[in-house]
Design a protein around this ligand. Structure first.
Ligand code: NAP
Length: 535
């Protein structure tokens, strides 16, 4: 299938709306400078709305005022006029979407047009009219509205919204194009990653002839929000902060600028993803984007919510993705789709890292092994070490295979004993019943169960009297200080926290993807800070 068109490098942070792209309709002739990122604002009162705008001026100069979110949109007009008069550096969009078109404005179409025109007279640079309204209004009334907008110096944006799915985008765009507005905005709802891809394609195609904005709402549509301008969109939207989103999946302005570095994304930017479900709280984007920035690698990592693997594979092929960090529940399922993998990954039967080769095919690696082995190797000699692994799931597999590979004597203990036996047999390790733990001494005890993780009821994976080891390694890293780590410390036993593993496996991913040494200290610092802030 066709890959997304290579766009010219965009090195400025704004688009000048004049002249319009090659075959675009005769436009307003406006000389309008729009940034890449518009912050969508709403408030319960006009005062709250403009206070929010003022509070954001340090990071944004481009706002959408969702007047329909106010009980009386017209009440915002004096404040709007005053705000825009005092801030000539701000670009503003006014929206007053009617209820029947997915907004909150209960008034008539004529009332909507009146309010929008007044926003233009108050200094708004762009007014947003739903395509349904444009189609409903009599042509003569629309023509009068448009010429009044022109007199006021405002541009017309015509928008389409589908709040349930992503379908017939071309048809939606054609409906808008029939009116030859200054901007076209097509917003759909993503149910899968491919929906975001469909929106990016639309942007690419339509941006040749018009100023286009395209968004696929929802978590699965994130790629359209972040990569839209890179594909040719005039701009994209953000929320003031995570709690004040005006649309599903909207990303905060800070995350857009700092985490995804929207202003720096260009056609040379390599796109990476962390794929899984759930994925919204993954710390991988923070860790890797920080590393990319620190090492001056032109790349970005995005969280990719994947319900079915085929969706991820399509995106990887067609965007294309340069690499993927694979998390639950895809680590095993992805194996048959790899062109090749390293022998240990094949033996473990789980892959957490994909790299797209120059041939466009996917190559698989397992850096979880390094995540376990490296922190241990820094502290003890693994050959001959007696190590007990608690748990027999995915994380345990990487630990057991990796440690056996390094010559350790590995014992598996698990809630469901048969799973311990099965893993031990496959990895040439030994299984052990939990009752034997108290009387057996180990060099290392590794917890790979979720016990102690925030939100998990069971605090300790073993009874207190069963802790009989020279070193404790807890893979759980949220919270940073788990009950097992606390217990070990209280006994004077040295510990390794799960964060060290997380950073080590991420550092190896970084090296596989970039060929550069990973800035481990910086990766650790930002992830630890985020965990302390939110943990
Ligand atoms: P998994 O595949 O679901 O396996 C979980 C294992 O823990 C199973 O063997 C399960 O036993 C056992 N278990 C679950 N609940 C238990 C309980 N209440 N008491 C005793 N045993 C229990 O999960 P996973 O992918 O291996 O992940 C396990 C943990 O490791 C998670 O907390 C994850 O966050 C952490 N992890 C950390 C890193 C890192 O970088 N630090 C990397 C990977 C994973 P049964 O066989 O009886 O079901």
């Amino acid at each position: 299938m066709r890959q997304l068109r290579a766009m010219p490098l965009v090195d400025s942070s704004s688009t000048v709306l004049s002249p319009a792209p090659a075959s675009a309709p005769a436009s307003t002739g406006l000389h309008l400078r729009v940034g890449k990122l518009c912050v969508a604002l709403q408030g319960h009162t006009p005062a709250e709305l403009f206070d929010r705008a003022r509070a954001l001026l340090a990071e944004a100069r481009f706002f959408e005022f969702r007047l329909d979110a106010l009980p009386k949109p017209a009440a915002a007009l004096p404040g709007l006029k005053e705000f825009l008069a005092s801030r000539r550096d701000v670009t503003a969009i006014a929206t007053c979407r009617r209820k029947e078109n997915g907004g909150n404005f209960a008034g008539s179409l004529t009332a909507e047009l009146e309010i929008l025109l007044k926003t233009a007279e108050c200094g708004c640079h762009i007014v947003d009219l739903e395509v349904e309204s444009a189609e409903e209004v009599r042509p003569a009334q629309l023509a009068r509205f448009r010429s009044a907008l022109r007199v006021a110096g405002s541009a017309l944006l015509i928008s389409f919204h589908d709040f349930t799915r992503t379908k017939n985008l071309e048809h939606a765009a054609d409906r808008i194009e029939a009116f030859q507005p200054d901007f076209m905005k097509v917003v759909s709802t993503a149910r899968q990653l491919s929906d975001g891809l469909a929106v990016l394609r639309l942007i690419e195609a339509r941006s040749l002839s018009t100023h286009v904005v395209g968004i696929a709402m929802g978590e699965e549509g994130l790629i359209s929000r972040v990569l839209g301008p890179r594909a040719g969109a005039a701009f994209t939207f953000a929320s003031p902060d995570a709690d004040l989103a005006t649309a599903p999946g909207q990303v905060s302005v800070r995350a857009m600028l700092d985490l995804y570095r929207l202003e720096h994304l260009d056609q040379a930017t390599r796109i990476f993803g962390v794929a899984g479900n759930p994925i919204a709280h993954s710390l991988s984007p923070l860790m890797h984007n920080t590393a990319f920035r620190r090492e001056v690698v032109n790349a970005v990592m995005l969280p990719l919510k994947v319900r079915i693997l085929e969706d991820l594979l399509t995106l990887a092929r067609e965007l294309p993705l340069a690499g993927v960090a694979v998390t639950m529940p895809l680590k095993q399922e992805v194996l048959p789709h790899l062109a090749n993998m390293d022998p240990l990954t094949a033996r473990i039967g789980a892959c957490n890292t994909l790299r797209t080769g120059a041939d466009g095919r996917l190559y698989g690696f397992n850096t979880d092994v390094a995540g376990v082995v490296r922190p241990l190797e820094k502290r003890i000699k693994l050959r001959g070490a007696r190590i007990v692994v608690l748990g027999a799931g995915g994380a345990a597999r990487a630990a057991v295979f990796g440690l056996v590979d390094r010559g350790a004597e590995v014992y598996v203990v698990n809630r469901t004993y048969e799973n311990a036996v099965a893993l031990a047999r496959k990895a040439k390790a030994k299984s052990l019943k939990q009752e034997q733990l108290a009387k057996t001494r180990f060099d290392v005890l590794i917890n790979t169960t979720p016990c102690g993780m925030s939100g998990v009821k069971q605090a300790l994976p073993i009874k207190e009297n069963e802790l009989n080891a020279g070193l404790v390694f807890d893979m759980v890293y949220n919270p940073l200080e788990t009950p097992l780590i606390r217990l070990a410390r209280s006994r004077g036993i040295p510990v390794i926290g799960g964060l060290e593993m997380f950073v080590q496996q991420g550092a190896r991913q970084f090296e596989i993807w970039t060929g550069k040494p990973a800035p481990e200290a910086e990766m650790l610092r930002v992830v630890e800070m985020a965990l302390r802030r939110h943990g």
